[in-house]
Design a protein around this ligand. Structure first.
Ligand SMILES: O=C(O)CCC(=O)C(=O)O
Ligand SMILES: [Fe+2]
Length: 357
């Protein structure tokens, strides 16, 4: 195994297969109707087939890709170029904006997913600056802390590229949220209020070539904890999604200018399991670098996450007890930050009823 640190090595059952399944990929959905010149309101009959398509994709896969989404390609491309320049800097330079126990934003290269180290380096920034998060993990401590973005000196354009991109991708996030609300038979604006003081963030992921791609992962298997993720991946590919029907890991083939959308844990809880957050991971390869850029659409820290009243009744009891998003998020972040001897916090810890199989 040569030089590779044992911390990166996945247990046998979690190692990626090198022959990947690309057949029967996740649904590809065309959003052009939303961006037509007379841009119809989301709750009209012309948009109905799209809402149905999104509802089916959320239910059957928890994942889908969108094209003609309205985010200008040049915004995404120029951010990717700036990100590559940043990751190409000397480590000492990147370390100047390193995240720490106090500020969870900036650069780091030692993230662990389920206690195994990821083969990647990342740069995180929030959409709202500052973003308010709980000051401690103590359930009763109401104190909050302002988290401030750390911007590197180089490349000088990184900050502007990040901010411009965030503005555009955020518009897409709100559109998708409306469509998902409608697909659950809720009013279009039912979920948007939770995002007033959003804790959303964007991550620039860089996966360097890896000498042991059969033993390590760029990101180990996990589910996204927030509401919705909007991921841009470059043309290298590596994202794998666990297919709900048979548990097979399916590689998501890069599609030019598409975004990959997935339902996170919060939508799973809000929808009382009508839509489920699905496990995914990123494989690495020994030849090429890869960049991916997820936007994690997260509500305000004070959000009490629980099944929506409209989606529960005597026949369909709430399957989760309420939990505070800020505390959940902070707890998850801490366990990703360093290797701990405890299991990551999961929504299953708030489950009231056993999952039916
Ligand atoms: O890089 C990818 O394709 C996936 C990244 C991911 O799942 C994450 O950062 O949560
Ligand atoms: Fe993820």
């Amino acid at each position: 195994m040569g030089e590779v640190d044992a911390a990166f090595i996945q247990a046998t059952e979690h190692r990626p297969k090198l022959a990947v399944v690309e057949a029967d990929g996740i649904p590809l959905i065309d959003l052009s109707i939303l961006n037509s010149p007379d841009s119809p309101e989301p709750n009209t009959t012309v948009v109905r087939p799209l809402i149905t398509e999104i509802g089916e994709a959320c239910k059957n896969w928890g994942f889908f890709q969108v094209i003609n989404h309205g985010v200008p390609f040049k915004r995404r491309k120029s951010l990717e170029i700036a990100a590559r320049k940043f990751f190409a800097l000397w480590k000492e330079e990147k370390e100047k904006v390193r995240r720490d126990e106090v500020n969870p934003l900036g650069y780091y290269d030692t993230e662990h997913t389920k206690n195994v180290r990821d083969w990647k380096e990342v740069f995180d920034f929030t959409i709202q600056n500052p973003t308010l998060l709980p000051a401690s993990l103590e359930p009763d401590d109401k104190e909050v802390r302002e988290c401030i973005n750390q911007w590197p000196e180089n490349p000088p354009e990184l900050r502007e590229e990040c901010e411009h991109y965030a503005e555009e991708v955020q518009k897409l996030a709100y559109k998708l949220l409306e469509l998902i609300s409608l697909s659950l038979d809720l009013p279009a604006n039912r979920l948007s209020g939770f995002f007033k003081d959003q804790t959303s963030f964007i991550r620039l992921n860089h996966y360097p070539p890896c000498p042991v791609p059969h033993l390590a992962l760029g990101v180990g298997r996990h589910k996204d904890a927030g509401a919705l993720t909007i991921l841009a991946q470059d043309d290298v590919g590596g994202l794998e999604v666990k297919r709900k029907t048979d548990g097979e890991w399916i590689r998501v083939k890069p599609t030019h200018d598409a975004y990959i959308i997935n339902v996170g844990d919060i939508i799973q809880v809000w929808s009382n399991d009508r839509y489920e957050s699905v496990e995914h991971r990123a494989a690495v390869n020994c030849k090429k670098d890869r960049i991916s850029i997820p936007f994690f659409f997260n509500p305000a820290h004070y959000t009490n996450v629980k099944p929506l009243e409209e989606l529960t009744d005597d026949q369909n009891l709430a399957k989760y007890k309420p939990y505070n998003w800020g505390k959940f998020f902070a707890t998850r972040k801490r366990s990703n930050f360093q290797k701990l001897n405890v299991e990551n916090i999961q929504i299953s810890h708030f489950r009231l009823l056993e999952k039916s199989v």
